[in-house]
Design a binder for this molecule. Structure first.
Ligand SMILES: C=CC1=C(C)c2cc3[nH]c(cc4nc(cc5[nH]c(cc1n2)c(C)c5CCC(=O)O)C(CCC(=O)O)=C4C)c(C)c3C=C
Ligand SMILES: [Fe+2]
Ligand SMILES: [Fe+2]
Length: 326
């Protein structure tokens, strides 16, 4: 029997270290140079990235990041760190060491794996903090873990969580959060589930992401059916000129008032931690867009972050994957 501790590594996407333009530029450069994220030939994409995106997009993001920045840093970092700390407490008696890292930038993924190895973890469970599988998020993380281990003579024994979009504990964490919000504040005319978007081409080439989102949405509709609130689905954060999967969140919200829907709640189930895309794009930007078209009440329901019920759910998702290992 192996009695060494098991490493559990929570990994999210990555975020700038500060809202200074140089840090935002560095973050975008790393992230958007990944061929799993932008699937264009390097010779075509790199000049666009270096000549247009980095010089123009990075400065525009400064005030956006500034508007959501927390005392301890970028929300994505702060909430992921809080999740790792709370999960460690939840699993305190189970001989596991929990740590966190980002796929791009800091806290660095390779250093986190090294830290776990130094704590005698021969077995490491990689937990991508993305409920729905996409090649541009989940697969690129698995690629990177393999790449980082390439030069090690003795590699850890790895396990990965591919997705948890239909896991009953994830669905229950979300539905309980929404139900509690409605019990306290009343129901809206419509609930919009806004997921991060993806280029249409990725889905056409077989990416299961959109199906995963639809599965999460169907399970949430079932779980919340007693409230009789119609639930729509949309995709946010389009980037670049290519066609992205539809309907787009902002377009859906802008059309609601003309359909008589003037009170809407929005939640982003594809993000387990609040970040630029939820706090700035949705809670601030989309709320304004909706109100400008005649919307009266826009309520943003936060991500699961470090809610105690979600940490218990995450512990169950992890335990299930550890299975016979522990
Ligand atoms: C081709 C570009 C992009 C793809 C594909 C993409 C997929 C994708 N992203 C997330 C989660 C997050 N994305 C975040 C920021 C972000 N995403 C893109 C582009 C693509 N994302 C950009 C350019 C940015 C930076 C901000 C901006 O310029 O708009 C973040 C938040 C980071 C933060 O600092 O807070 C997250 C999280 C998912 C889940 C996903 C595919 C399903
Ligand atoms: Fe993104
Ligand atoms: Fe964005």
């Amino acid at each position: 029997m192996n009695t060494t501790p098991i490493g559990v590594l929570l990994v999210n996407l990555g975020t700038p270290e500060s809202f200074q333009v140089k840090d935002i530029r560095q973050y975008l450069k790393l992230f958007l140079s990944d061929p799993r994220v932008v699937e264009l030939p390097k010779w075509l994409w790199q000049p666009i990235l270096r000549g247009l995106i980095l010089p123009f997009r990075a400065p525009k993001l400064v005030h956006k990041y500034r508007s959501i920045w927390l005392k301890d840093g970028s929300p994505l970092f702060v909430y992921t760190q809080a999740q790792a700390k709370a999960l460690q407490q939840e699993l305190a008696t189970e001989n596991v060491v929990v740590d966190m890292a980002m796929r791009y930038g800091n806290p660095d993924l390779g250093s986190a794996i090294e830290r776990l190895k130094k704590q005698a973890c021969e077995r490491i469970l990689i937990v991508p903090m993305y409920p729905q599988y996409a090649a541009s998020t989940t697969a690129t993380l698995f690629d990177r873990v393999a790449e980082l281990s390439k030069t090690w003579r003795e590699q850890p024994d790895y396990r990965f969580i591919k997705r948890f979009c239909a896991h009953p504990d994830y669905i229950q964490s979300l539905s309980t959060k929404i139900a509690r919000y409605w019990d306290k504040n009343g129901t809206p005319q419509r609930l919009l589930l806004s997921f991060h978007g993806l280029p249409q081409r990725a889905v056409d080439l077989g990416d299961p992401y959109q199906q995963d989102c639809q599965q999460t949405a169907a399970l949430l509709r079932d779980a919340l059916s007693v409230y009789n609130v119609p639930i729509d689905i949309s995709f946010q954060s389009q980037f670049g000129k290519a066609k992205w999967i539809e309907p787009a969140t902002q377009a859906v919200l802008e059309a609601y008032p003309s359909q008589g829907i003037k009170q809407v709640d929005v939640i982003c189930p594809g993000f387990v931690a609040d970040c630029l895309e939820t706090l700035e794009e949705i809670q601030l930007g989309c709320a304004d867009a909706f109100k400008q078209k005649g919307g009266e009440q826009f309520r943003y329901i936060p991500c699961l972050n470090d809610d105690p019920e979600w940490i218990k759910a995450l512990a169950n998702i992890v335990r299930e994957r550890l299975g016979s290992w522990s």
